[in-house]
Design a protein around this ligand. Structure first.
Ligand code: N2P
Length: 347
């Protein structure tokens, strides 16, 4: 009897929830894994009555492949800079006129007018950061490695099988190109071959290519070195104090991620509401506090937790900024060369 009563209470509560969800509808968010806190989504649901369904991906290329394969049902997705342009050129995006949203005035330069979407017709900013690598200083020979991509691409023999690269063609190819001083958009097969040779030589040293679970893998000391995004490195250090994030002296990939609406999204109004809501300083700060990345919203730093504020990757010095290598939009020819390197590598 008691069970029955509980059951009917739960049912009634459930009905209430779904009635309000029906009123305000839903939002289907497709984001990078581990890139937005559940509590923030809960608060959005509470404040707006819009129910959020979250699905995740692990690279720009898998996001693109999914949308090109005709995936319907996503209302907001989160591509990086260069991928916004590709998606826009392929007609995969809805116009959102982010620059006319009430909170857009809070977007700091230069991300208020980025070259991949100068009028912000199709995208609004989410997080920005860099891609370097992290090592566990307590487990490398001599307790220190060179601040160079060399440490990652040709690691000490003792690290064999204890190194992980991101499972991300754009990130790995670009890091290799920076190390070899090759243009990330090279159309020269000889230069692409140099990148291929470097990645092939590194492969036996690797435990795997994987972009998910990088924090846990490092913290559990399953591996000693990991190509990593700075936010993941920040979170790794919260439990593994000996983790060192390297800004390689040759240069470090710099990216920014964006909220966009894919063509044909069913819940366009909710998506627009979500995008504007995410540009509230307090809301985007909560995402930064969780992910460990900075964002482009004026006033959000006031809500950052002390640890995040203290992370040099959040307020890079001029010397660190000088190492930033922004993503470029490469030609089809360059991308074909790059993809061939990747396909061969992954065979
Ligand atoms: C978080 C993904 C970071 C975004 N797992 C890299 N652009």
């Amino acid at each position: 009897m008691k069970v029955c009563k509980l059951h009917s209470l739960a049912l009634a509560a459930g009905l209430l929830v779904s009635a309000s969800a029906m009123a305000a509808g839903e939002l289907n968010l497709y984001n990078w894994s581990d890139y937005i806190p559940q509590d923030l989504l809960k608060r959005f649901e509470k404040e707006t009555g819009i129910k959020v369904n979250l699905d995740v991906f692990d690279s720009n290329e898998s996001l693109l492949a999914k949308l090109k394969a005709g995936a319907k049902g996503y209302d907001v997705v989160v591509p990086s800079d260069y991928m916004v342009k590709i998606m826009r050129d392929e007609g995969l995006l809805e116009k959102i006129d982010a620059s006319k949203m009430p909170n857009f005035k809070l977007v700091e330069a230069p991300l208020n007018k980025p070259d991949f979407d100068p009028q912000r017709e199709y995208s609004a900013p989410y997080m920005w950061g860099v891609t370097g690598f992290t090592y566990d200083a307590s487990r490398v020979p001599g307790g220190k490695l060179d601040n160079s991509w060399k440490s990652f691409f040709t690691p000490p023999a003792a690290l064999k099988g204890k190194v992980v690269a991101l499972n991300d063609v754009a990130e790995l190819y670009k890091a290799a190109a920076i190390y070899l001083k090759v243009d990330q958009c090279t159309e020269d097969p000889k230069q692409a071959k140099r990148i291929q040779d470097l990645l092939e030589a590194q492969k036996p040293m690797l435990a795997m290519y994987n972009s998910d679970g990088t924090i846990e893998r490092m913290q559990a000391q399953e591996v000693i070195m990991h190509q990593q995004w700075n936010g993941a490195a920040y979170r790794t250090r919260q439990k593994l104090k000996s983790a060192v994030f390297v800004y390689p002296k040759e240069g470090i990939p710099f990216w920014n991620d964006n909220l966009v609406i894919p063509k044909g999204a069913k819940n366009r109004d909710n998506a627009l509401k979500f995008i504007n809501w995410m540009m509230e300083p307090k809301n985007i700060a909560e995402a930064s506090n969780f992910t460990g990345y900075n964002n482009a919203i004026k006033g959000s730093a006031a809500y950052f937790v002390a640890d995040l504020k203290a992370d040099p990757a959040i307020n890079p010095t001029a010397a660190m900024r000088a190492l930033f290598v922004p993503n470029k939009n490469c030609s089809a020819k360059a991308n074909a060369l790059r993809d061939r390197v990747w396909t061969k590598l992954k065979k």
